[in-house]
Design a protein around this ligand. Structure first.
Ligand code: ERO
Length: 310
C-alpha cells in the first residue's frame, strides 16, 4: 500500500500533516512534527511582530470537537524565516509556511522577506483567521482577497497556496473560485479553516468555556466534517489545474479516505492532533492503509476524486 503524494514538485511519503496552528508554534513543536511520520509540516500563521494572542482560556475540547480563539499567538515571522533558512530541505519532508499578517502591508512585507531568500518552503496565505476581534476574514471579503492576491502576484513568482474559511452557499463557491482562478501561481487551496464564531456552553457552570469574544471561537473536529468535505469537493470541481488540501474533522483513516475520495491531494489533522499528539499520524495512516487494502486499492490515485453521486 503506497500512501505517497507527488505535488508542487514535492514528494510526501504520507498525505497526512498538521493543520496550521497545531503543533507548529515553537521550534520544539516544529521539530516534533519533523520527527513524526507526518508527510510534511506547516508553521503557525505568523505576523510581522510576535503576538501573545488572546487571554486564556482560549481553547476547549468537547466529545465532538474543539473551539479555539487563540488570537494568532506566534513568535513573529522572523522566527519562522530563521527556521525555514536553517531547514535541511534535501533530507526532510516538505515545509510549508503559513502567513497571516494583520494588514495587507504586513502580509506583503512578510512574503517579500521570504521571497528574497528564495527558499524551497511553500507559502500558504491565511485568508481565514476567525479570532481577531474587529478583523473580518479576508476569505469572506472577496474583493479584498482578490486585491491581496493581485498585490502578492505583482512580485511573488513561485507556487503558493491559500487557507480558506468554510463557505456555505453554492453562489459563494462560484464567486470564490472565480477569484482564485485568476492566479496561475495560486497552485492550491486548503479547505477548511475552523468554522468561525461558534459558541460552546457548559451547562453545569452555565457559562461559556473560553474567555475571548464572550465565548465565540473557531470550531473544529467532528462538528465540521461534512462542511469540510463539501468545500473540498466543490473547490476541486471549480479549480481546474489547482489542488485542494483537505482539512476538517479528520480523526481516523475513514475521514482521511473521505477527503481524498472528495478530491483532496493531501489531508491535514488539527483537533485530533492537538488532543492525541503525533501518534495520530501513525494511527490514521495505518487505518487508511487497512481501509485501502480492504477495498483493493494500492495507491491514493486509485480512488482520489472518485466520489460517486447517486
Ligand atoms: C491564524 C489564526 C487562526 C486561529 C487563531 O490563532 O486564533 N485559530 C483558527 O482556528 N484559525 C486561524 O486561522
Amino acid at each position: 500500500i503506497d500512501l505517497s503524494v507527488s505535488w508542487l514538485g514535492l514528494e510526501m511519503k504520507s498525505p497526512l500533516y498538521n493543520a496550521s496552528g497545531v503543533m507548529c508554534r515553537s521550534v520544539e513543536d516544529l521539530e516534533a512534527m519533523r520527527a513524526s511520520s507526518a508527510g510534511a509540516l506547516i508553521t503557525k500563521s505568523c505576523t510581522l511582530e510576535p503576538r501573545e494572542g488572546n487571554p486564556e482560556p482560549r481553547y476547549f475540547a468537547t466529545k465532538l470537537g474543539t473551539i479555539n480563539s487563540m488570537g494568532l499567538p506566534n513568535y513573529g515571522y522572523q522566527y519562522y524565516l530563521d527556521y525555514a533558512q536553517n531547514y535541511d530541505y534535501a533530507n526532510n519532508k516538505p515545509l510549508f509556511i503559513s502567513i497571516s499578517g494583520m494588514t495587507l502591508a504586513d502580509n506583503l512585507a512578510i512574503i517579500k522577506a521570504f521571497h528574497e531568500r528564495e527558499l524551497p518552503c511553500i507559502l500558504e496565505v491565511n485568508l481565514s483567521c476567525p479570532n481577531l476581534p474587529g478583523k473580518p476574514q479576508l476569505g469572506y471579503d472577496l474583493p479584498a482577497a482578490q486585491n491581496a492576491l493581485e498585490k502578492i502576484c505583482e512580485f511573488y513568482d513561485r507556487p503558493f497556496g491559500v487557507k480558506l474559511p468554510p463557505y456555505f452557499d453554492v453562489s459563494h463557491f462560484d464567486q470564490a473560485a472565480e477569484v482564485f482562478n485568476r492566479f496561475d501561481l495560486l497552485k492550491y487551496v486548503t479547505c477548511i479553516n475552523s468554522v468561525g464564531n461558534g459558541l460552546v456552553i457548559d451547562v453545569d457552570a452555565e457559562s461559556v468555556v473560553i474567555k475571548p469574544k464572550d465565548g465565540l471561537g473557531g470550531i473544529g473536529g467532528d462538528y465540521v466534517l461534512p462542511t469540510s468535505l463539501a468545500n473540498v469537493r466543490e473547490f476541486v470541481r471549480r479549480l481546474p489545474g489547482k489542488q485542494v488540501v483537505g482539512c476538517g474533522g479528520v480523526k481516523s483513516g475513514a475521514e482521511a479516505f473521505m477527503h481524498i475520495l472528495a478530491g483532496a491531494i493531501t489531508v491535514q489533522v488539527g483537533s485530533c492532533l492537538y488532543e492525541e499528539g503525533v501518534g495520530a499520524f501513525d494511527r490514521i495512516a495505518q487505518e487508511l492503509k487497512d481501509l485501502m487494502a480492504a477495498k483493493g486499492y494500492s495507491k491514493l490515485d486509485d480512488f482520489r476524486g472518485k466520489l460517486k453521486t447517486l
